[in-house]
Ligand binder design. Structure first.
Ligand code: HEC
Ligand code: HEC
Ligand code: HEC
Ligand code: HEC
Length: 424
């Protein structure tokens, strides 16, 4: 019960966020002092975890050795990046704002302190916020977390805020997007699930008793569910901001399901999909961000499941014609706000949500690769949360195998693997 209450409290805090405006570190006003200011041995650069303070103090070592973010700038010099830059007509990738905005802490020059280095890639302050003010005060044991946040520390513990942060680069936001032009030049497709990616980063913090006291009892199901809510909102935002704003003749193609276009013509796989509702031969939006809302709505607000399906269908139809798109996006946003209010029930209903995802999978509802990929990550973490992952490992590996290669994804094989569940 306790985690539910804390979650609820944090939700209230989160709902208020847009009012207080915890801006993504890249856009907030504060000065970024550079990774070197965090990395001294007595601060966050200890070789081994320490126990003198509340935090591990070896965060820098974890980040620089294990976290791909520390390499995000350096990879702009590799052969793939050179090819992407060449294809786009850029003189190089490591000086192009187009790339730096996601591959480094690309704040304007007047917000870079003396030790700031672009070469640090996605460094501490890309996520934790410019340390101009909190740098000297956040070590004071009498200083509360809330005070630090007021001083510019980004609330990464707050799941909604964390989702906004991670998705700003891993999905794109109002200012930056991995466009189809960038993809066409050779950039990999982006996809993210918040809880899985939090675990993969890997974490440089420990959720122990003092962390729980200061923050919350981080619960992977809650991180997943809130991540899905924000992914849906980010999908709405990206469509609003980018679908028809380019000068090109075509709408922004990276917002559509890549595999709607990119598959061999001999591979006839079209089947009517009630949540999409488009005729054969249409280009479907990438609705990965909505795919996991369906099973949650089915469990948490079953009386609304038909209206959500209609909203999803309306969005697909509107995107293919562009008339009524603004209205459709607005209706969907209103629905997502209502959905948010039910999310506090997620911890106690997580098993039902898992069973619903399995049911949908067995009925063949995850026809598109992007939805299947989300379903597998969800099943994995929900099995873990419900204590039955160990028993299901063999089956889970089979399920992962069906989504391992996006180019050979076969919806029927996926459906069959979903039917193979045993002993849940
Ligand atoms: C909207 C943010 C965004 C933009 C813009 C962007 N990238 Fe990326 N890029 C990412 C993310 C996120 C990943 C990691 C994807 C993953 O593994 O899930 C990535 C991955 C890559 C990779 C593959 C890295 C690997 O480990 O294999 C290369 C290469 C790359 N980006 C180069 C570029 C270049 C060059 C540009 C500029 C033309 C650019 N990116 C623009 C966000 C972006
Ligand atoms: C990609 C984003 C990201 C980057 C980069 C990053 N962090 Fe974090 N950090 C997080 C998240 C998410 C958490 C966990 C949520 C929380 O407690 O705020 C966290 C937690 C922490 C904590 C634990 C706080 C506590 O209360 O126990 C410390 C300390 C920390 N980070 C320091 C650093 C330092 C130092 C660097 C750079 C060397 C760094 N982080 C880089 C995202 C990031
Ligand atoms: C400023 C942009 C930015 C932000 C913010 C950001 N990332 Fe990343 N992330 C990247 C880039 C760029 C890469 C690719 C780095 C590479 O391949 O070396 C990446 C890579 C990753 C990877 C490795 C992916 C893979 O395929 O192996 C994980 C996991 C990840 N990020 C998680 C997160 C999480 C969790 C957050 C939020 C707490 C976050 N990121 C915030 C830009 C960002
Ligand atoms: C509306 C259809 C459509 C959608 C949706 C679409 N693409 Fe494309 N894509 C194309 C076309 C057309 C080309 C140009 C093909 C050519 O030059 O032969 C292309 C080219 C590419 C190329 C370059 C291929 C080459 O041969 O050099 C890549 C990579 C690519 N797309 C990736 C993606 C990714 C990733 C997505 C999803 C985020 C996506 N595409 C979504 C139609 C689409």
């Amino acid at each position: 019960m306790k985690s539910v209450q804390i979650f609820f409290m944090s939700l209230c805090f989160l709902i208020c966020l847009p009012v207080f405006g915890s801006e993504i570190p890249q856009y907030a006003e504060k000065m970024h002092m550079g990774v070197a200011t965090c990395a001294s041995g007595v601060c966050h650069g200890s070789i081994r975890p320490r126990s003198a303070t509340n935090v591990l103090q070896n965060e820098f070592v974890t980040w620089s050795r294990l976290d791909p973010h520390s390499n995000a700038y350096n990879l702009l010099f590799n052969e793939d990046s050179k090819r992407i830059a060449r294809n786009l007509g850029l003189s190089n990738a490591h000086e192009a704002a187009l790339c730096l905005d996601c591959h480094a802490d690309n704040v304007p020059s007047e917000r870079r302190g003396p030790k700031f280095q672009l070469a640090d890639g996605v460094g501490c302050e890309s996520c934790h916020g410019g340390s101009e003010i909190y740098l000297s005060s956040h070590t004071d044991p009498n200083q509360s977390h809330a005070q630090n946040v007021e001083d510019g520390l980004y609330p990464t513990d707050d799941v909604l805020a964390r989702a906004n942060l991670c998705f700003s680069c891993h999905m794109g936001d109002q200012n930056k997007i991995a466009s189809h032009e960038i993809m066409g030049a050779g950039h990999p497709r982006l996809s993210i699930e918040l809880d899985t990616f939090t675990a993969l980063e890997p974490p440089h913090y420990l959720v122990d008793s003092d962390y729980r006291k200061r923050k919350w009892d981080e619960d992977s199901v809650v991180v997943w569910a809130v991540g899905q809510l924000q992914a849906a909102r980010q999908t709405v935002l990206l469509i609003e901001e980018h679908l028809n704003k380019s000068d090109d003749r075509f709408p922004e193609l990276s917002l559509f399901d890549c595999h709607a276009c990119h598959h061999p013509m001999s591979d006839i796989k079209w089947r009517q999909n009630k949540t999409v509702g488009l005729p054969p031969g249409s280009v479907r939006l990438n609705d990965a961000g909505l795919s996991m809302i369906f099973p949650m709505v089915e469990v948490l607000m079953p009386e609304e499941s038909r209206s959500f399906a209609k909203l999803s269908r309306d969005l697909h139809l509107a995107s293919s014609k562009t008339v009524g798109l603004a209205r459709s996006l607005k209706d969907l946003s209103v629905f997502l706000d209502e959905f948010e209010e039910k999310l506090n029930l997620i911890p106690e209903r997580s098993k039902d949500v898992m069973l619903e995802i399995l049911k949908m999978g067995q009925e063949g509802k995850f026809r598109d690769y992007v939805a299947a990929e989300q379903a597998v990550m969800a099943v994995d973490l929900l099995l873990q949360a419900n204590g039955t992952r160990g028993r299901s490992e063999v089956w889970l590996n089979e399920l992962y195998a069906t989504v391992e290669n996006q180019d050979s994804y076969n919806p029927l094989a996926f459906q069959k693997a979903m039917r193979g569940t045993t002993g849940l």
